[in-house]
Design a protein around this ligand. Structure first.
Ligand SMILES: [Zn+2]
Length: 289
């Protein structure tokens, strides 16, 4: 069970306490509720200082949500755990609708006007092209994710004595996020300059076997169009399947293998070609609190 954060009269983080202890403090009027989420109490009168134990924050970033946990490395106790929801898709949509509204506003019942001279308008009010992007540029939906995590790490740092941070960090090349056709000989070895093909496929296809849909099985990287028949090592030709399906499919064409399940066939073919801009990207974050 999650613990309750505690801050002293100067709002410095103290050792998190058990909920029962928190109830006791509230009942005795020794502390007041400072925040509802994360649940934090503030001590009313200064007490003799007790040593505050160091805590580690762990982050497991994902496309749709990011897991955050605060643990005590010495005792192994999980002090706090939560899942952040990201609003990447909502952001993409609202940017699209803003663009359309502006366009129609400009074109609606207006006399002829020269196109605006301002550089930003001349670019057509679009996102910067790859050439124009500054270093560290991320699509707005990803940037929001980064900010979301950053905000929460900083916020939790106010209520817990966080001295260490670790992150399940998987780097993806943003090029393959946008262009699943990309290929390189490195993919044959499974990695491309530190970008993990397997991790990428897990994000793209999920953790269930792509063919039988069973969860919890050991997954193998699998060529959709078999290599024996000229299938490429492109990331768009790869998926994950369980060993049984992998063996059963062998060197069959996907169409033959799934001829009894045309829906699944269609789904796999679509998913294979899908760019990953919004379904996955795990970015190294600057997490200095
Ligand atoms: Zn399977």
């Amino acid at each position: 069970m999650s613990k309750v954060f505690l801050i002293d009269t100067d709002k410095r983080p103290q050792n998190p306490i058990h909920p029962a202890q928190a109830r006791q403090l509230l009942k005795n009027g020794e502390a007041a509720i400072f925040r509802r989420f994360p649940f934090t109490l503030i001590i009313k009168e200064s007490r003799p200082e007790a040593p505050v134990q160091p805590l580690r924050i762990k982050i497991d970033p994902g496309a749709k949500h990011t897991g955050i946990a605060i643990v005590n490395d010495t005792t192994g106790v999980v002090v706090f755990a939560a899942e952040l929801q990201h609003r990447g898709f909502a952001i993409k949509e609202s940017l699209l609708s803003r663009r359309q509204l502006r366009r129609s506003r400009r074109n609606r019942k207006t006399r002829y006007r020269q196109p605006p001279k301002h550089e930003w308008f001349r670019k057509g009010n679009k996102m910067p092209s790859p050439k124009q992007r500054r270093e560290g540029w991320l699509p707005p939906s990803l940037m929001s994710r980064v900010h979301n995590i950053d905000t929460w790490v900083k916020r939790l740092g106010k209520y817990a004595n966080i001295t260490a941070i670790s992150q399940e960090l998987v780097k993806f090349d943003t090029q393959i996020l946008q262009n699943p056709e990309i290929q390189g000989k490195e993919y044959q070895q499974g990695t491309l300059a530190g970008y993990e093909t397997r991790q990428y496929l897990l994000e793209k296809w999920g953790r269930d076997c792509a063919y039988c849909g069973k969860p919890g099985l050991k997954l193998q990287v699998e060529h959709i169009h078999p290599r024996a028949k000229g299938g490429s090592n492109r990331i768009s030709n790869l998926t994950l399947s369980c060993e049984a399906c992998n063996l059963k499919k062998g060197t069959k064409d996907l169409k033959d293998f799934l001829k009894k399940d045309p829906d699944k066939l269609k789904k796999i073919l679509i998913q294979a070609k899908k760019p990953m801009a919004d379904t996955a990207a795990l970015m190294p974050l600057d997490l200095s609190c």
